[in-house]
Ligand binder design. Structure first.
Ligand code: EPU
Length: 445
């Protein structure tokens, strides 16, 4: 190929447009927003359908890209999926005949590893690509493996894959988790429902999504007690049967809109519905300390804009502590508070990346190891910022709602992973938010 042809190819690549979210700050929000089903519940419930051969119907499934990836994982395992309506999936697992979660899907979404427990329960084996790091840090799965080993699963790793083998069956035992890991608790529950005898998970994670998973498995015929407490007891059963189950509302999506309301609601405030406020207990408590007026209403909350935001100290912890998935959004609030806040991230090693983007909008934030020292300023100014991850990206859009001028948030594929129709929902509340195509800014010389 001649040099001229090569350079014209390059020029063509250069003009490839990408989607960004453009926010015009300053519009007051009003009305009601209804949150979708919980991403972190739906993904595990989809994986769990493998345990019950036949057609399981999942309702209130969010239409987000992570759910599409889990759909591909299940299809790769031989399942078929009918999209009965936008939020209802009928997953037929009767013809599942593979036990491999391939690298291209696990690399896209670490939660693909949630099929390990169900595959062990269904087939006695699983081949899962090793997830490696992600933009939240190293994120190991050693506790999943140690726990499953205690149930009698043997592991081998080769060529970037984990081979899990339980063909001689799994047996119940006591597993004490070193840390209350959400993913490890879920994989262990999904394997233990088919083990012989009783498994006790000590120091189990207590997140509402785990309760949702146990509720569906119990409907399927499992015998799980104590989900939502630190000790979960599972008596193994010989088979599970398909059911219909409704995914709980997304507490983190709700929390994100609550922060938007606290910053930008008009005089009448906004309603956020479709979730259980008990699932956000510590977030609501901290927001109340910050002076945000939040009233519980049926199926959600009513939030009013804060006249003055008080500073707050927060540390992220496993449920019922303050969720790491709300850290970025609340940091946006604290960045406009009347004083200094300290936010400590205890769950993920790399979750302050969005803070430097917020600094580009005028925030004053100093990161010291896993602490962020936030000095409140009186306004943000719109800027071009990059979404570093899912929650950080959503937080930047929310910051844009009250920034002076225009904020362009790029790399919004992160936001699409977990927020269904984020722009449309904000527009429904009266925000000036648009998804626009622009030439890829990272292609500029
Ligand atoms: N960890 C280990 N070894 C393990 C498992 C976890 O060292 O075997 C570490 C992780 O590296 C991390 C910490 O323990 O530092 C917490 O991990 P956990 O297993 O609890 O989290 P996860 O299952 O990987 C889920 C959610 C996250 C959410 C966390 C904490 C899903 C798909 N993901 O991740 O959601 O932040 O629990 O609540 O359920 C998000 O939605 O934006 C998100 C990142």
């Amino acid at each position: 190929m001649c040099v001229a042809c090569r350079s014209s190819d390059r020029d063509q690549e250069r003009v490839q447009p990408v989607d960004i979210i453009r926010v015009q700050g300053g519009n007051a929000l009003s009305g009601t927003v209804h949150v979708s089903g919980a991403k972190n519940s739906a993904l595990k419930l989809m994986a769990a359908t493998l345990l019950a051969p036949g057609v399981t119907t999942l309702e209130n499934v969010p239409n987000i890209s992570d759910v599409h990836v889990m759909g591909k994982v299940l299809k790769g395992l031989g399942c078929s999926i009918e999209v009965a309506d936008e939020h209802t999936l009928k997953i037929d697992t009767s013809s599942a005949d593979s036990w491999e979660a391939p690298y291209n899907l696990v690399a896209k979404m670490r939660a693909s590893t949630a099929v390990m427990g169900p595959l062990l329960g269904r087939f006695g084996r699983a081949k899962i690509a090793m997830p490696g790091g992600c933009n939240l840090g190293a994120r190991k799965i050693d506790m999943h493996i140690l726990g499953l080993e205690a149930l009698g699963v043997s592991f081998d790793t080769q060529h970037g894959y984990i081979f899990a083998d339980a063909e001689d069956g799994m047996h119940g035992t006591v597993v004490t988790l070193e840390f209350a890991s959400v993913g490890a608790t879920e994989n262990l529950i999904m394997a233990a429902v088919r083990a012989k005898g009783t498994t006790i998970i000590d120091n189990a994670a207590r997140e509402p999504e785990i309760v949702d998973l146990a509720d569906m498995l119990n409907k399927m015929g499992a015998k799980i007690e104590g989900a939502g407490t630190p000790v979960v007891t599972i008596e193994g059963v010989d088979e599970l049967h398909p059911v219909t189950h409704r995914v709980i509302g997304d507490r983190i999506e709700a929390g994100t809109f609550i922060v938007a309301g606290a910053l930008a609601a008009g005089e009448d405030g906004i309603d956020i519905t479709g979730f259980n406020p008990h699932h956000l207990g510590m977030v609501l408590k901290k927001l109340e300390i910050m002076g945000i007026d939040i009233e519980r209403i049926p199926d959600g909350v009513h939030v009013r804009r804060a006249e003055r935001i008080a500073p707050v100290d927060i540390q992220t912890l496993p449920f019922p502590g303050f969720p790491t998935d709300m850290q970025a959004q609340v940091m946006v609030l604290s960045a406009l508070a009347d004083g200094n806040s300290v936010i400590t991230e205890n769950i993920f090693e790399n979750r302050f990346m969005f803070a430097s983007e917020l600094v580009r909008m005028g925030a004053q934030i100093r990161i010291e190891s896993h602490h962020a020292i936030v000095r409140g300023v009186d306004h943000f100014s719109g800027a071009q910022v990059v979404s570093p991850d899912l929650r950080g990206g959503a937080a930047l859009v929310v910051a844009g709602l009250v920034a002076e001028g225009e904020t362009d948030v790029s790399a919004i594929h992160h936001i699409d992973r977990g927020y269904e129709r984020f722009c449309e929902k904000l527009v429904g509340l009266g925000a000036r938010v648009d998804r626009v195509s622009v030439p890829d800014p990272s292609d500029e010389d």
